[in-house]
Ligand binder design. Sequence first.
Ligand code: FES
Length: 104
Amino acid sequence: MHLLVVDRQGQEHRLEALEGWRVMEVIRDWGLSIKAECGGACACATCHVYVDQEWMSRLAPPTDEEIDQLDSAFFVESNSRLACQILMSPQTDGLRVTLAPDGE
Ligand code: FES
């Protein structure tokens, strides 16, 4: 399965991914720029991504913890999600996300 990621320069990357991995881990392990300071504990919001609109309804809805963290993030949009809270699965195979600005 794979993930499509648009970096902050607007370049799209097709990343091979494994089922059960967090989207954040796939992005980080392929060397794209994502801070993910808390390591996936839903405690930092530095893994903020924008999900393509067509995918929004196909993802599991955010937990209260994710919504709380997004409240503290910069540049939040209606399609904002935390990449550590999205798991790769047959339902998310081919998911396309864009890295949010890092807020600095
Ligand atoms: S890595 Fe910290 S909230 Fe996702």
